[in-house]
Design a binder for this molecule. Structure first.
Ligand code: S3P
Length: 175
């Protein structure tokens, strides 16, 4: 690995809601001594509104525009680990921005583990709010199939059906 790689390191975590992007991102940033940015949190701070508030006021379409803008901004930061939102790579030119400006890893969880985690999660996610377990599983199956086209363009794909350790991620990233 060259020094240059360290000087401008930028790693993107991509994957479905509940795949552990933020948790893994935190751990990875700690292990590599880099700054951690959660794109959802960044977007909320920039817009002075929570994600559910943004969806309620401008809908998904408006949210996607703000998300794209936020991605463009953070793609200029250096020495960062960026956890994207679950839909980020799947809209506009976002996957190209991600691929052009950093190394990307797709956390590819099985629908079963994603559903389990989302049912336990306290984070409010407008796209799945109010769904029963059965509806959630059907929604994940359908959207994951569509989104895989973008997710699979990541530089590294990490398949998992368990809690991911940071060592596994470092290994997958060849670090
Ligand atoms: C979304 C995922 C969420 C958030 C928004 C939309 C999606 O992020 O960006 O609710 O389209 O999958 P997480 O993946 O962090 O839950």
């Amino acid at each position: 690995m060259t020094n240059d790689f360290f000087l401008k390191m930028r790693i993107y975590l991509i994957g479905y809601m509940g795949s552990g992007k933020s948790t893994v991102g935190h751990g990875l940033a700690g292990a590599l001594n880099l700054q951690f940015i959660d794109l959802d949190n960044y977007l909320e701070e920039r817009n002075f509104k929570s994600i559910p508030e943004i969806f309620a006021s401008v809908g998904e379409e408006g949210f996607r525009k703000l998300e794209q803008k936020a991605l463009h901004e953070v793609s200029e930061f250096e020495n960062v680990i960026i956890a994207t939102g679950g839909g980020t790579p799947c809209f506009f030119d976002n996957i190209d921005v991600i691929k052009r400006t950093g190394k990307s890893i797709y956390l590819n969880g099985t629908p079963r583990i994603l559903a389990e985690r989302l049912l336990q999660s306290k984070t409010e996610r407008p796209l799945i709010k109010g769904k029963t377990e059965k509806e959630l599983v059907a929604f994940i199956d359908e959207t994951l199939t569509k989104r895989s086209f973008w997710y699979k363009q990541a530089d590294v794909v990490l398949d998992f059906d368990h809690d991911i350790s940071i060592d596994e991620v470092l290994l997958a990233l060849d670090l």
